[in-house]
Write a protein of this length. Structure first.
Lengths: 266, 625
């Protein structure tokens, strides 16, 4: 049934405009206000370049590591029956529920120089906190559930007989994983990886705690934006924000296209 | 031999799912394992494929022991009920998968895939994905995929279960052709009898993890050995008569014992099977033409028209008192009922309910003697499970079928009772594959009595507490109303080597000798016949006793039971108890009078004090009047 009448549509737009659409537009409007040249000069500053590069590197690493880890966790949780499986399934999903600042704090309490584990590493000269490794740890923690959430439902759906069929046909465990399970996971893997990447790119709360916000060392894009904004340097903040936003849009739409195409193939 | 299973067993936790299965499937044979859900049939298939590993036993494929091998190394083709076609591959790629794994050269691969597509009737559909194929087509792909690498053995797990009736029939036809063409040894698992009869070279019927019978379809249908198989496949009438002088007594009529019928002890129950289509029904009296066995008069009580056939349920006047095992009598029905099928074209009016009819059978088949069907009353007892111990011990020695029965006063108490029975059943299942267990809700002695009568048991094992004096009400009821021998057990007893049969002279004394003898034969024990002579007995009386004992001894010896005779003087109770103790007997058998006789017999007084005076198991046999 198709409803005529534009009132509901106008209402929706009226709500969404200040809530969603205007903030999105604002980023680009403000970024462009100083003109193209100032945008380029801000973005070519060493700090901004480092922050963007660091963000992308961390996001890529996070996505790759969690793609492997998350898939493995999903496989074990889905295919093996063991005591405590239910509890573990809940626990691995907890990171989405915990405020990211709390995550940062707990990482500090664990890995910091006087932390539970950190106090043993400190004498060895290993300091994960306030270093790139700490940022990576925080991002891995915070984004872990996304991969799991994308892959586990697919694995749950995939009946064990598919694997068994491959075994009886003669495929080894590795061959079965490579030729039977992995192709079935392709969609989930891809969207999970993108989601992880996008979240890592924008992560702020945990990062700000564990990184120490050291410029040219641990400062990610979002931290740079925040720092510049605090300093009243709106143009620089907006420029990097616009780049991050544009990057996220590209990721988002490519994911959308991909899932659409998959939907048609099925 | 292409598939050989030796004593294969599999447990899931404490549950025995496959129980010592031994089976040989010949080269090129299409063998079907037929069983209900949860019978263990699919587990056997998965054990053969290596998807599960057995707890005991061996699997030999093509002469090679594969028990310890991984599924990849067994070279079997497996077809699943849900097809399990790899969805991201085309039909072609699916079929090719096994060849690619084996690194077959690509030209050879292509030729083989094409050949298989043609074989399963999917020519031209190779480039389709699973979601572009119907269920039947997907199953054809699965079949081709399993055959691609020329496996030694093809295993199919309910392959047509998910297909609709019409496609199923086509698929059966295709499978049969392909199997005949390739001559690949095939083991198919199904719950569908029609499928089994239509496809199989041989059928194996499986239930509770045990293989009951193996044989060609006709054999399984017309000449099964066990009651389970007789009633599991197809509809059937199973009546219980008695072996008497080379004939089968069936109420007021008797039938000749067929020459090829399995051996039956005299007076033991004989179960005869005839299929509904072997029943002849007509409004006129049956002429005594050759090959027809009249069962007497009856009337239709129910008629169902089913197209090509019409089914009748008949109430048989002449068979009053004959116990049917199948069909199950309708509630409150006293007379025996039979099922018959007639061609649908016959005039229905002649068979309207209430019309008197003459009934006969064209053929019948005698099932194997069951052995002594034993009912063990497994009520939770504070002193332990002596009755269960002794009953199962005896049944193991005799390989007799056993039912463990427990009752619960309320619906809530039923679940724990069931659980307890299941634990007991699992403990004995390996030694007693024909062990069943049931919990009934209701009053203890009533339920036992009902069950003993309904189930046609030949022996009921009851527990009695050590301090109990005499027979309790349950035992008396069983003896009087069910007229079934009762074994009273006070404490566990391990081996049964010597049986003491206390016998009176003459006709009443024959029942306990017969039954005690049958039991002794089954468990491989020797018998001592003990007769206590009355004080001041006349010489004629003594002579009669002498003759009775001699006859008893020779009939025991005819059974193959080692027997000796002992005559003693009164007091009877003392003599019997002393003899039992000094002779290290394992079981005392004693007769009890039938209640209707009204005559006071000395054994009537004997059973009670003897039960009270010993801790040995005592078997009380009701005497015929």
């Amino acid at each position: 049934m198709k409803n005529k009448g534009y009132l509901p549509i106008s209402l929706l737009l009226a709500v969404l405009l200040p809530l969603l659409l205007m903030p999105l537009a604002a980023i680009f409007v403000f970024a462009g206000r100083g003109g193209w040249d100032s945008l380029v000069s801000v973005l070519s500053s060493a700090d901004a370049q480092f922050a963007l590069r660091f963000s992308i590197i961390i996001a890529s690493l996070t996505a790759i590591i969690n793609a492997v880890l998350g898939t493995y966790a999903a496989y074990v949780l889905s295919k093996y029956r063991f005591r405590g499986r239910e509890a573990l399934s809940v626990i691995v999903n907890l990171p989405v529920a915990i405020p990211t600042v709390v995550v940062g704090t707990s990482l500090l309490l664990l890995w910091g120089p006087i932390g539970l584990l950190g106090q043993f590493l400190d004498p060895l000269g290993i300091q994960p906190m306030f270093a790139p490794a700490g940022v990576l740890l925080a991002h891995l923690f915070v984004t872990f559930p996304y991969m799991l959430g994308a892959v586990k439902p697919v694995l749950d759906e995939l009946e064990v007989t598919y694997e068994e069929a491959a075994y009886t046909i003669g495929a080894s465990r590795m061959q079965t994983f490579r030729h039977v399970i992995l192709p079935a996971l392709k969609g989930g893997l891809f969207s999970g990886t993108l989601l992880t990447f996008a979240h890592s790119l924008g992560e702020f709360g945990a990062t700000v705690m564990v990184s120490g916000n050291l410029r040219l060392r641990t400062q990610t894009g979002p931290l740079y934006i925040f720092a510049q904004f605090e300093a009243g340097n709106l143009e620089a903040a907006n420029a990097v924000a616009a780049v991050l936003a544009a990057f996220s849009f590209v990721l988002f739409f490519s994911m959308l296209r991909l899932t659409r195409r998959r939907g048609r193939a099925d | 031999m292409s598939i050989r299973l030796e004593n294969l067993s599999k447990r899931f936790g404490h549950t025995l799912v496959v129980n010592h299965v031994t089976l040989e499937v010949a080269d090129g044979e299409l063998f079907i394992l037929l069983g209900g859900s949860g019978s263990g049939k699919s587990t056997i298939l998965r054990l053969i494929a290596g998807l599960l590993s057995p707890n005991a036993g061996r699997i030999v494929l093509d002469g090679r022991d594969v028990t310890a091998l991984a599924p990849q190394a067994r070279g079997v083709g497996f077809v699943f009920q849900n097809y399990s076609i790899f969805r991201h591959m085309t039909a072609w790629q699916n079929i090719e998968f096994g060849l690619r794994i084996r690194k077959t050269p690509s030209a050879e691969r292509a030729a083989r895939v094409q050949e298989l597509l043609d074989l399963v009737g999917l020519t031209g559909l190779g480039q389709r994905y699973a979601d572009q194929l119907s269920g039947g087509q997907q199953q054809r792909v699965a079949l081709a995929r399993a055959l691609a690498y020329r496996p030694a053995v093809l295993l199919l797990d309910e392959p047509f279960g998910a297909l609709d009736v019409k496609i199923r029939a086509q698929m059966r036809e295709s499978l049969k052709q392909i199997q005949r063409h390739l001559k690949v040894t095939t083991l198919l698992v199904t719950h569908d009898q029609e499928e089994a009869f239509e496809l199989a070279d041989r059928i194996g019927v499986i239930e509770h993890g045990s293989l009951w019978e193996v044989g060609p379809p006709q054999e399984i249908y017309h000449r099964p050995r066990t009651e389970f198989v007789a009633t599991f496949v197809g509809g059937g009438n199973v009546l219980v008569g008695r072996a008497q002088g080379g004939r089968i007594a069936l109420g007021s009529i008797d039938l000749p014992m067929p020459a090829d019928a399995p051996a039956h002890e005299e007076d033991s129950p004989v179960r005869i099977l005839f299929r509904p289509e072997s029943v002849v029904v007509q409004p006129e009296p049956l002429d005594a033409r050759a090959g027809l066995f009249p069962l007497g008069r009856g009337q239709a009580c129910e008629r169902v028209f089913a197209g090509a056939l019409q089914r009748l349920r008949l109430t048989m006047e002449g068979l009053r008192g004959v116990r049917p095992l199948s069909p199950l009598p309708t509630f409150g029905q006293a007379t025996t009922q039979l099922e018959a099928t007639l061609p649908g074209e016959l005039d229905a009016r002649s068979f309207a309910p209430g019309t008197p009819l003459w009934v006969g059978i064209r053929r019948y088949h005698v099932l194997d003697s069951t052995g002594m069907k034993m009912l063990i009353c497994a009520q939770a007892a504070p002193d332990g499970d002596a009755a269960i111990e002794v009953g199962c011990q005896l049944a193991t020695a005799a390989s007799d079928p056993v039912m463990l029965l427990s009752t619960a006063p309320s619906a809530q108490a039923l679940a724990p009772a069931r659980e307890r029975l299941e634990t007991l059943r699992q403990r004995w299942l390996e030694r007693l594959p024909r062990l069943e267990a049931r919990a009934r809700q209701g009053e203890w002695s009533t339920e036992i009595l009902l069950h003993a009568q309904e189930g046609h048991y030949e022996l009921v094992v009851l527990e009695r507490s050590a301090g109990q004096v005499g027979l309790d009400a349950t035992a008396l009821q069983l003896l009087e109303m069910a007229e079934v021998p009762v074994l009273l057990v006070a404490q566990p007893h391990r081996s049964f080597v010597r049986v003491l049969v206390c016998t009176a002279a003459g006709e009443p004394g024959k029942a306990d000798v017969r039954f005690g003898g049958r039991l002794a034969k089954r468990i491989g024990a020797s018998v001592t016949l003990l007769h206590v002579q009355r004080e001041g007995a006349s010489s004629e009386e003594a002579h009669r006793a002498q003759r009775h004992l001699e006859q008893a001894k020779s009939s025991l010896q005819a059974l193959g039971v080692q027997a000796e005779v002992l005559v003693q003087r009164e007091p009877a109770v003392h003599r019997i108890l002393d003899t039992a103790e000094q002779g290290k007997y394992d079981l005392i058998v004693i007769g009890a009078p039938a209640p209707r006789s009204g005559r006071p017999m000395r054994e009537a007084d004997l059973a009670t004090p003897i039960v009270a005076g010993t801790l040995l198991p005592v078997l009380i046999v009701p005497m015929a009047e």
